[in-house]
Design a binder for this molecule. Structure first.
Ligand code: ADP
Ligand code: MG
Length: 237
């Protein structure tokens, strides 16, 4: 099988600091890759570099064989590589339904079809009871689901999630992890950054470990947690 997402030699510096240094990986269709690493390791920079949010200094990104390096993020999203943001930014005064329909409308010019899709996705992520509320009124856990719903409404080929569990208390995390597991079992290809290790272990087929901008380990969850370099990187945090 050829990879759906293929990343090679990505390098991105900020004023001399190499935030991401020669990072590469492949993601096969229908698989899930977790990205972990201490704070400041370069995870968010890598995500932005891959999804078009930042202009890379070097390296290439290919989506299903098409070179999308340096495409602007809206074009990358239209091609099917969609990321959620660590900071959520829905249109607060709009209802949950309208917010998701706007996202769905990026895939169809048919407004009726966009709303149909929005209803499906809202049900999928368990937001029915908030459907007609203004998005700004949602609790944090609801906002996370809304962010997921907006991404899913665009029918992504690869979904990239940056710390969706951040800001949730443990009791709120489990249902979100269950939802991600359902999406994975439905065949969705995902790449996600996460600090919550139980979620990384449960959801990932492969784990990429970054430290100071570089890949220090890559393997199954069981392999990377036993890797001495990984243990050392976290102890030094
Ligand atoms: P992580 O997501 O793993 O915590 P980041 O990718 O956010 O790490 O940051 C990696 C490094 O790059 C950090 O040292 C951070 O301070 C730096 N950095 C990130 N974004 C910027 C920016 N826009 N300007 C300058 N430095 C940045
Ligand atoms: Mg980050």
């Amino acid at each position: 099988m050829s990879p759906l997402l293929s990343v090679r030699g990505i390098t991105k510096s900020f004023r001399g600091l190499r935030a991401v240094d020669d990072v590469g990986f492949d993601v096969e269709p229908g698989t899930v890759m977790g990205v972990i690493g201490p704070n400041g390791a370069g995870k968010s920079t890598l995500f932005a570099s891959v999804s078009g949010g930042l202009r890379v200094d070097a390296g290439t990104v290919a989506l299903d064989g098409t070179d999308i390096t340096r495409w602007p993020d809206h074009r990358v999203a239209r091609a099917g590589l969609v990321r959620t943001f660590q900071l959520m930014r829905p249109f607060g005064t709009m209802t949950v339904l309208d917010n998701v329909a706007v996202a769905a409308a990026s895939r169809t010019a048919d407004t009726g079809r966009a709303y149909e899709r929005a209803h499906e996705v809202i049900e999928r992520v368990g937001l029915e009871r908030y459907r007609d509320q203004a998005s700004a009124e949602l609790p944090t856990a609801g906002l996370k689901r809304l962010e997921l719903a907006r991404a899913l409404a665009t029918s992504p080929r690869v979904l990239m999630l940056d710390e969706v569990l951040a800001g949730l208390v443990p009791s709120e995390r489990e249902p979100v992890v269950d939802l991600l597991a359902e999406l994975r079992d439905g065949g969705l290809t995902m790449v996600f950054v996460e600090h919550v290790m139980t979620a990384v272990m449960r959801l990932s087929d492969h784990v990429l470990v970054l430290d100071r901008g570089r890949v220090i380990a890559h393997g199954t969850p069981a392999e990377v947690v036993e890797d001495p370099r990984v243990v050392e990187a976290y102890l030094g945090e």
